[in-house]
Write a protein that binds this ligand. Structure first.
Ligand code: 0O2
Length: 224
């Protein structure tokens, strides 16, 4: 009798695991497509970096970082938009599930790379936000693009969206520290205001540094 019950429980457990795996499959598939999109976009930037270095003897890209949004963060974003968590709604409403951050030495590298990328005939540009020309109120600077690129699967081609953030090393330094400080708790309103003003001042200083470094580079290049 005990054997019979154990076998029955085992069968039920196996069926439950299969059902659970099946319910996860569509989500895992979608995340895998987003990972493919990141590979495709990263390769595009690596190719541009390689070619630029042949022509100009320097690299316009310092580092590339990629990330897939966590399920929790996707859920929160959908909830903020008043939407339930479904595969279709993720694809339609969340543009930054796949995110790629390109860090450049100089500001003009950002614009050259952006033009080269969006002019490629398999890249669709949906949105461009230039927070360098028009920084956010807190001082945040970066250039954001929402694009779609094709990924070629064994039996189909899928267009996948990705968010590209392009920044200089100085902008990245500022954004990383500001992001960390933003989540510090137990700061009273007055101190928070003071910190915000100081961060804004740092953003200005870092923008001046970017512009000065570019001038120095131009001077060196014209005197070589
Ligand atoms: P994570 O973890 O970095 O991805 P949306 O994304 O459309 O809902 P919004 O504000 O229209 O929201 O998008 P926007 O302005 O293009 O900015 C989205 C991303 O840019 C953020 O992603 C940050 O990565 C970065 N960002 C924007 N503003 C700031 C800022 O003031 N400081 C810092 N440090 N980063 C910023 P997420 O979604 O916040 O998260």
């Amino acid at each position: 009798m005990k054997d019979f019950i154990d076998r029955h429980i085992q069968k039920l457990e196996d069926a439950f695991v299969k059902l659970f795996q099946k319910s996860l499959e569509p989500g895992q598939k979608l995340m895998s497509y987003y990972r493919c999109a990141l590979m495709a976009v990263e390769t595009k930037f690596n190719i541009l970096n390689e070619e630029f270095s042949l022509v100009h003897e320097r690299n316009p890209i310092e580092t590339i970082k990629t990330r897939i949004k966590t399920p929790d963060s996707i859920r929160k974003k959908l909830r903020k938009k008043g939407l339930p968590l479904t595969i279709d709604l993720i694809e339609k409403n969340i543009n930054d599930v796949a995110g790629i951050r390109v860090i450049c030495p100089f500001i003009d590298d950002i614009y050259v790379l952006t033009d080269c990328l969006v002019n490629q005939d398999d890249v669709t540009l949906f949105e461009k936000k230039d927070y360098i020309a028009r920084p956010k109120e807190n001082g945040y600077r970066s250039l954001h693009l929402i694009i779609a690129v094709p990924i070629y699967l064994h039996n189909e081609k899928k267009l996948m969206k990705a968010e590209v953030q392009l920044r200089t090393i100085a902008m990245d330094f500022w954004a990383n520290l500001e992001h960390r400080l933003r989540y510090k708790k137990d700061i009273n309103d007055e101190t928070a205001k003071k910190i915000a003003a100081e961060l804004n001042e740092c953003a200005e200083t870092s923008a001046m540094l970017d512009s000065k470094m570019r001038q120095i580079r131009d001077n060196i290049e014209t005197n070589v």
